[in-house]
Design a protein around this ligand. Structure first.
Ligand SMILES: Cc1ncc(COP(=O)(O)O)c(C=O)c1O
Length: 340
């Protein structure tokens, strides 16, 4: 690594709480949340339930714990959940539902933009038969790898799930990004969704926390699942306060992240040698294979971090990235390809 300051485009999870958020955390009134007595946690849960248009909500440690608690609330052992092949619960949550809940995923195809189709959902639902798992749940996601799933698409998929007798869970780790991109509130996506998981520690910039919202009975089951998973916290209001601060101050500004991702994509497109895609706050770049390793070394030497998967690398804009950081990154790419 060179001596220049690091500009970290790996993920929107790398943000660090600023002074005002830290002040709100320190000042939060707290109590024992395992006894449901933390006023700040309760305020956050009520606030998110209202935003989502749901009866109840539950504060959890992470998106993974929230998604798993949701799946465990909808599915029992031997049940199956239908899910897009590229979705996070399937690929990146350590098979928690199968490992801990005996519920198995049934992956269905996903377009490059993250879309799944109603026909594929219908085709994936099992006929009742003692040989088969029981199809119980449809898992949706928004955004998918940064790609916004429009309101009408989510509504159609959720309605299809319900027509097929499935419950519907939405992994909305970045649903606020989708909402801001579509110019709607998050509730617009959720009329026909049973449970939604909303992360506070991604684009919203809180240090920790996710909120799961749904009807009272399902959230009560998720509360029990959270306890089983060791997720009962005590004076968690200090953490919830960061979430409340983020909801007050960091939602509308997500449009700045999206504009910066577009600025980055436009800057890189001008280079010509790259294949790239952009959705909300993510830019996916595939350089010519012969240049991949040298390009990574060049970017790292300039203090520019991304997730350098091969063949496609991922750049994410967030609260701690400004226009100058984006311009530095574009300039580093231009410098690299000019020298070839
Ligand atoms: C779409 C999506 N869902 C869920 C998660 C899990 O969140 P966490 O890392 O808080 O467990 C992530 C994490 O990056 C994610 O991108």
């Amino acid at each position: 690594m060179g001596t220049r300051p690091i500009r970290d485009f790996r993920s929107d999870t790398v943000t660090v709480a600023g002074p005002a958020m830290r002040e709100a955390m320190a000042a939060a009134p707290v109590g024992d949340d395992v006894y449901d007595e933390d006023p700040t946690v309760n305020r956050l849960q009520d606030r998110v339930a209202e935003l989502a248009g749901k009866e109840a909500a539950l504060f959890l440690t992470s998106g993974t714990q929230s998604n798993l608690s949701a799946v465990l609330s909808h599915c029992g052992r031997g049940d199956e959940f239908i899910i897009g092949r590229d979705y996070h619960i399937l690929l990146n949550e350590a098979a928690g539902a199968a490992a801990l809940g005996g519920a198995s995923p049934w992956p269905i195809d996903c377009g490059a933009d993250g879309a799944i189709s109603p026909d594929n959902i219908r085709a994936a639902v099992r006929e009742p038969d003692i040989h088969h798992p029981v199809s119980r749940l449809l898992c949706l996601e928004n955004t998918v790898n940064g790609f916004v799933q429009p309101v009408d698409r989510i509504a159609k998929l959720a309605a299809t799930g319900h027509d097929c007798g499935l419950a519907v869970h939405l992994d909305g780790a970045r649903l606020f990004n989708a909402a801001v991109a579509c110019g709607v509130g998050i509730g617009a996506f959720l009329d026909d969704v049973d449970t939604v998981s909303l992360c506070l520690s991604k684009g919203l910039g809180a240090p920790v926390g996710t909120v799961l919202a749904g009807d009272r009975a399902t959230i009560a089951r998720a509360h029990r699942a959270r306890k089983i998973l060791g997720g009962g916290l005590r004076q968690a209001g200090h953490l919830a306060a960061a979430g409340l601060y983020a909801l007050d101050h960091h939602v509308d500004r997500l449009s700045e992240d999206h504009a910066r991702a577009e600025r980055l994509a436009n800057g890189l497109r001008a280079i010509g040698a790259l294949s790239l895609e952009q959705g909300s706050n993510m830019v996916w770049v595939t350089p010519p294979a012969e240049h991949h390793d040298d390009l990574v070394a060049h970017l790292e030497a300039n203090g520019l971090l991304a997730i350098f998967w091969k063949p496609t690398m991922r750049f994410v804009t967030h609260h701690d990235i400004d226009d100058a950081d984006v311009d530095e990154l574009v300039a580093a790419f231009v410098g690299f390809f000019d020298a070839r």
